[in-house]
Design a protein around this ligand. Structure first.
Ligand SMILES: [Zn+2]
Length: 291
């Protein structure tokens, strides 16, 4: 997967016993991931940061808030340099987390909150959530179908998240898990490899055009012009080795030599097509659309 698709912002709330006890997860790295939504339509990641940074009464928090423009970690998760800490995102007296994973969620899991509703664009927030969960599963060798659990699954008597927020965008928990799995499998798009200039085109261009032009320049005492043709020949050799060709070089060769040769061959009833093929080979190497 592409681990640089979105930036992760880290702006931690102060350590305080009711929101950020400052204790490491008992498992070191996160053992599973609890999918939450904020239950607060229209409230952004920034709004939750401000709220929790000031909160002194309620014992409740989560590690990361994701909206349509940012992924904001407010308690260390371990995705960056700071080791994962505990947060309070699932009430302690539920037993489901212990049965499924052997730990209280607050001691071993990350609480990941999706912001939704109001002016928050669902698709943009959802894509960030999918990517973030994929990154976490990938980093710690977890499987989305077993290591992502919704708050509702852990505490069905009291909670409806993350399902209620996913429903805003017509998604289900099953969709989320499938999308995270697909995100993890998606390849990073590699930089396109430059096409190699065919050796016969390289030889023809250098021997028939560039070397005679260099020779003529030297005979006229035009040292700079001769040096230009030497660089041009070097670039054409490099293009045959797969290095690509500067656009200006391709254009110069086409306009100075191949186009006139094409025209002359056409007038004489000869094989004009080969000049067109050579021009196109140069265009491909230079990333110029074909004529
Ligand atoms: Zn929740």
């Amino acid at each position: 997967m592409d681990s640089n698709k979105y930036p992760i912002e880290r702006r931690y709330i102060d350590r305080r016993s009711n929101v950020r006890p400052g204790t490491r997860l008992v498992t070191g790295n996160p053992a599973f991931f609890v999918a939450h939504d904020t239950g607060n339509p229209g409230a952004t990641a920034e709004a939750h940061y401000r709220y929790l940074d000031r909160q002194t009464e309620r014992t409740a928090s989560a590690h990361v808030f994701i909206d349509d423009t940012r992924i904001l970690e407010i308690i260390p998760t371990g995705t960056g340099a700071d080791p994962a800490e505990q947060a309070y995102h699932v009430v302690r007296n539920v037993k489901t987390d212990n049965e499924l994973y052997g730990y209280d969620a607050n001691h071993a899991a990350l609480g990941i909150e999706l912001c939704f509703g109001g002016s928050i664009v669902f698709a943009a927030a959802y894509q960030r959530l999918v990517w973030y969960m994929g990154l976490c599963c990938s980093k710690w060798g977890k499987t989305p179908s077993t290591h992502i659990v919704s708050h509702r699954q852990l505490d069905p008597a009291r909670k409806r998240d993350i399902d209620q927020a996913l429903a805003v965008g017509g998604k289900t928990l099953g969709d989320l898990i499938r999308d995270v799995t697909a995100e993890m499998a998606s390849a990073v798009r590699p930089a396109p490899e430059a096409a190699k200039l065919p050796a016969d085109v390289r030889d023809h261009v250098i021997v028939s055009y560039i070397q005679p032009a260099r020779h003529a320049a030297l005979q006229q005492g035009l040292q700079e012009e001769a040096a230009h043709y030497e660089r041009l020949a070097a670039n054409v050799r490099a293009a045959a080795a797969g290095a690509g060709l500067p656009k200006s070089n391709a254009q110069e060769i086409i306009y100075s030599w191949l186009s006139p040769a094409w025209f002359a061959a056409k007038q004489a009833g000869g094989d004009a097509g080969r000049y067109n093929q050579m021009a196109n080979a140069l265009r491909v190497c230079a990333g110029i659309p074909l004529d």
